[in-house]
Design a protein around this ligand. Structure first.
Ligand code: PLP
Length: 395
């Protein structure tokens, strides 16, 4: 039996590949330090788990959940957005539940992209934007994110012919993998660009609460005109240490929200009601655990910044996400560096190319590992003389 041409048209999921290499090293007896995948190492807060326990004891929750999320879930998610961003959401038209934002990314593409259409995607970027576009028969157009422009795309660089064919544009700030943040004026320019070219703007806001040093992330809907052109994907995964629970929501213009909900109603049957009730407990719970996690990530970041400085990587401390985006040493490709790190130091780091062609010359470090393990990783780099010479690398 042959698998579809569609499936053959996409590469294997990058983290599945990295996972295989990691497993092989562990099987060889290597004490692997995984600075690869971005998955919070802290547990889901107790009050959320307790809400799930209670919901599990109510048989009414065992039935099919309503499409688009329960009214209560939408209400509490909307209230959370109101408190956090000062925005108002119409519960019947402007919000729908998601089985995590990865699902939302795939399905919003399926709802809007036809063969021949272009999707504008950040490069480097979360891999799903590109692969789901290819699965839909569309063509990804990479918007390079470079250090010289603070890892923001330059809309003026998008060729006019590409803009004409573009149906959808993805933005993601705070950003994975570069850890970059944006200000409101950038989002204003993005909204204006999308409006001018009749493009659906999708803002992936998975890291909205994972910010440090006083920076606060923006919802695109803080830009009033965004209502005309945008949809925003929210996720509880990174905010509440709930990656395995699979829950999020989309807010925004009623047309894309309804299109997404319509498509989803034909494919999935929403999120287990008990999980929606746990999510409500998350929305209504104290913010202390978010602050605690951010303090933990800040502490790890500072450990990393200091250790990297000694190794020659002089980096500005990132204001958001648990990632660091670093240049590879001169004379090496990203994948060569990634292999070197695993083979000589037993450290997993994804090569920048896993996130797009502009990731060449870069690698990502995740800070989802305890401080002592992080220190151990940098000590191993020092021991094996894995260092960075800025002058040689010319970045
Ligand atoms: C982690 C991540 C997601 C996926 O989150 P889920 O809600 O768990 O599916 C989406 N976008 C980006 C940029 C991410 O890093």
């Amino acid at each position: 039996m042959e698998v579809s041409k569609r499936l053959k048209s996409i590469p294997p999921y990058v983290f599945a590949e990295i996972g295989k290499k990691r497993q092989a090293a562990i099987a060889r007896g290597v004490d692997v330090i995984d600075l690869g995948i971005g998955d919070p190492d802290q547990p889901t807060p107790r009050h959320i788990v307790e809400a799930m326990h209670q919901a599990l004891d109510q048989p009414v929750n065992y039935k099919y959940p309503p499409f688009g999320g329960t009214r209560e879930y939408r209400l509490e998610a909307a209230k959370w957005c109101h408190n956090r961003f000062g925005i108002d959401i119409d519960l019947d038209n402007e919000i729908t539940s998601l089985i995590g934002s990865k699902e939302g990314i795939h399905n919003i593409i399926a709802a809007y992209v036809d063969p021949g259409d272009v999707a504008l995607i950040p490069d480097p970027g979360y891999p799903v934007y590109g692969t789901s576009t290819i699965l839909a028969g569309g063509t990804p157009h990479h918007m390079p994110l470079g250090a010289s422009n603070d890892f923001l795309p330059v809309f003026e660089d998008i060729p006019q012919a590409v803009a004409l064919k573009a149906k959808i544009m993805f933005l993601n700030y705070p950003n994975n993998p570069t850890a970059a943040v944006c200000d409101l004026s950038f989002l204003e320019r993005a909204v204006a660009y999308a409006a001018k070219h009749d493009i659906l703007l999708v803002h992936d806001l998975a890291y909205s609460e994972m910010t440090f040093d006083g920076y606060k992330a923006h919802s695109v809907f803080e830009v009033p005109k965004a209502r005309d052109v945008a949809i925003e994907l929210h996720s509880l995964s990174k905010t509440y240490n709930m990656t395995g629970w699979r829950i999020g929501f989309a807010i925004g213009n009623s047309q894309p929200v309804k299109a997404l909900a319509q498509l989803k109603s034909n494919i999935d049957t929403d999120v287990f009601k008990a999980i929606q009730m746990a999510a409500i407990a998350a929305f209504n719970g104290p913010r202390t655990h978010i602050d605690e996690c951010n303090a933990l990530y800040t502490e790890r970041r500072d450990v990393a910044v200091e250790a990297l400085d000694k190794l020659g990587w002089h980096v500005k401390p990132n204001k958001a996400t648990f990632y660091m985006w670093l240049p590879v040493p001169a004379g090496m490709s990203s994948s060569q560096f990634s292999n070197l790190m695993l083979d000589t130091a037993g450290i997993v780091v994804p090569p920048g190319t896993a996130y797009g062609p502009s990731g060449e010359g870069w690698f990502r470090v995740s800070l989802c590992t305890g401080k002592e393990r992080l220190k151990e990783a940098f000590a191993r780099m020092e021991k094996h003389a894995i260092t960075f010479d800025r002058a040689a690398a010319k970045v």
